[in-house]
Design a protein around this ligand. Structure first.
Ligand SMILES: Nc1ncnc2c1ncn2[C@@H]1O[C@H](COP(=O)(O)OP(=O)(O)OP(=O)(O)O)[C@@H](O)[C@H]1O
Ligand SMILES: [Mg+2]
Length: 367
């Protein structure tokens, strides 16, 4: 699972004037906001049951939260209530302590970048005009908007000279997705809502966009709600995952590693599907796992031998306080550390490998 830094601005900007606003993006990125859902429900008129039912969740500033669940379970509805495109029937949503109903809708939406399902670029506007939508609403002057458009196109690795004046239909699906992300980032909002943002791309483009966005997020630290159908994408992208059942019932809300290691119920286990379970974990050796540096573990941290399985290591980490623990070499000397994140990375790699194997097997059968 490489996290290449391809979304980062490239250096080949010789043909373009220096960008005065680029530094401001680095220096003062908004640091994300806390979002609290409190028993939020939405019942569409004419429907017998509510689409979203008493949904409660707290998202910390800068957290990357993934909603994953079956079609129709209420993911898009929940997102649209955050920027008040849809009003809840009951309950409240606060952003940094303020009930969103107290905020002017337009002001609220400027604080929230939104990448909608199916990209949603305006077809009759050029790429530059699409990206400029919110800055224009904010009344920025022309020069500032033009600078920002160039800056964002570079950020998502589209050459402004080549793409700024094209129309969406003149771009590939993956390129359009990038423009969607650029447009959502335009006013540097603390919150990003991303509804299946990479859904319409082929697997290779999708992986590239995922890697690029992770690199970008490590710099910009937005609070992100990211929706996907794809559990693998959830594992890869999320700090935490919300697994939703019908009517946005929260089946499990936890880190990818915890969910993989200990699915809360049958539904979650089924959702993980072809992935790993605890039995599999016991078959994986700690020795084959990329470990963390020695100093990641606190002085009084617990330890586990290098000959242990990943299951043993996970048990030891979880039965402590969840912090990294020491890994002891054959002479019982601390040699490295292991954290939940290290275990999660190994698990994600295993899931990926499994799916590849399955694909290969299917291939064999087809042949
Ligand atoms: N405008 C509407 N009027 C009535 N019912 C609606 C409306 N919009 C959505 N619904 C219903 O609410 C439920 C939740 O829809 P929503 O779009 O939130 O699902 P979703 O989880 O985003 O699904 P998908 O994964 O397919 O995008 C569905 O049963 C849907 O049919
Ligand atoms: Mg949806």
């Amino acid at each position: 699972m490489s996290k290449r830094s391809t979304f980062a601005a490239t250096e080949n900007t010789a043909t373009i004037a220096p960008l005065p606003t680029r530094a401001s993006l680095r220096k003062a990125p908004s640091e994300g906001a806390r979002i609290v859902f409190d028993k939020v429900s939405k019942k569409y008129s004419g429907q017998a049951q509510s689409a979203v039912n008493e949904f409660s969740l707290t998202i910390e500033p800068g957290e990357f939260i993934v909603f994953v669940g079956p079609s129709g379970c209420g993911k898009t509805t929940t997102m649209k209530m955050v920027n008040r495109i849809i009003e809840p029937t009951a309950g409240s949503i606060t952003i940094d302590g303020t009930d969103i109903r107290e905020l002017d809708e337009n002001k609220l939406r400027r604080k929230i970048g939104y990448v909608i399902q199916q990209i949603g670029l305006f077809p009759h506007m050029t790429i530059a005009e699409n990206i400029a939508t919110v800055p224009k609403l904010l009344g920025w002057d022309k020069e500032r908007i033009a600078d920002r458009v160039i800056e964002l196109l570079e950020l998502v690795e589209l050459d402004p000279a080549e793409y700024a004046n094209r129309y969406p239909k003149e771009l590939s699906g993956g390129q359009q997705q990038r423009v969607g992300v650029a447009r959502a980032l335009a006013a540097d909002p603390p919150v990003m809502l991303m509804d299946e943002p990479f859904g319409a791309t082929d697997p290779i483009t999708r992986e590239k966009l995922q890697d690029e966005f992770l690199t970008l997020q490590s710099r910009i630290k937005k609070t992100i709600i990211f929706v996907t159908h794809d559990f693998e994408e959830a594992i890869k992208m999320g700090d935490k995952i919300v697994i939703l059942g019908p009517r946005t019932n929260i089946e499990q809300f936890d880190t990818p590693a915890h969910i993989l290691a200990a699915p809360a119920n049958e539904y979650v286990a089924e959702f993980i599907g072809s992935g790993l379970n605890l039995k599999h974990l016991a078959l994986l050796d700690l020795a084959d796992t990329e470990l963390g540096p020695l100093d990641a573990a606190a002085k009084d941290a617990a330890s586990v031998g290098i000959d242990a399985t990943l299951r043993d290591a996970l048990d030891a980490v979880i039965s402590g306080d969840g912090q990294p623990i020491f890994v002891l070499d054959a002479n019982e000397q601390p040699t490295a550390s292991i954290s939940i994140e290290d275990i999660a990375r190994r698990l994600a790699a295993e899931v990926e490998a499994m799916d590849t194997d399955q694909a290969l097997e299917t291939d064999e059968v087809v042949k």
